[in-house]
Write a protein of this length. Structure first.
Length: 198
């Protein structure tokens, strides 16, 4: 279902559905920034629900997580006529296509750190997080920032073919253990990339 709201309707909570819920409160996004739901015009549960929202440029939506609430993908997205970074496609976590082809959703952040969780990484050592980590690295490179990977073990098989980690710095939380493991099929060896504080 697609619901179109004006900013005023969203601010007043009018036309709210189970997918679009007006709420207030505060959360921490994937890079540790405080993100206030009260700063947004409306709230949705995940990225998929954000894609269904239509509105005018300037609409601010709080997304509670990439797939589920508080999974590290939370943050505020603003509907804009153009993006602040030169992207041509939807990257799934920083700039997303909107229902209106002349507008796009852009994540609002004050940091140049780009969380792998914004792109759906799990860090559970089972799921292949290569696409999420690789995309985070490409966006961080465009922002001249760092890739932020919260504590966990991220399986990133095949990511070195897409990303030159030497050009992007990897960071994590103080005292956290973050490891990226990559199986190299040609050799059967596992490469490990470790996050360091910078």
């Amino acid at each position: 279902m697609t619901t179109t709201l004006t900013r005023r309707q969203a601010a007043l909570g009018i036309c709210a559905t189970s997918a679009l819920v007006w709420s207030s409160g505060c959360a921490i996004n994937g890079t540790g920034e405080s993100v206030g739901q009260s700063q947004a015009d409306l709230t949705v549960t995940n990225i998929e629900q954000l894609r269904a929202v239509k509105g005018a440029a300037g609409l601010r939506v709080f997304v509670q997580g990439f797939r589920t609430i508080n999974d590290g993908g939370e943050g505020i997205f603003v509907l804009k006529a153009s993006s602040s970074i030169p992207v041509t496609t939807d990257d799934v976590g920083y700039v997303l296509a909107s229902k209106d082809s002349s507008l796009r959703w852009e994540r609002e952040t004050t940091s140049t750190d780009v969380s792998v969780k914004w792109f759906g990484a799990t860090g559970d050592a089972r799921s292949n997080d290569a696409l999420a980590v690789g995309t985070a690295a490409l966006v961080a490179k465009q922002l001249k920032g760092r890739v932020y990977a919260p504590a966990g073990t991220y399986k990133v098989d095949g990511v070195s073919k897409r990303v030159a980690f030497g050009s992007v710095r990897l960071t994590t939380d103080r005292g956290a253990f973050t490891k990226l493991t990559e199986l190299v099929p040609a050799t059967g060896r596992t490469l490990n990339h470790y996050a360091t504080l910078s």
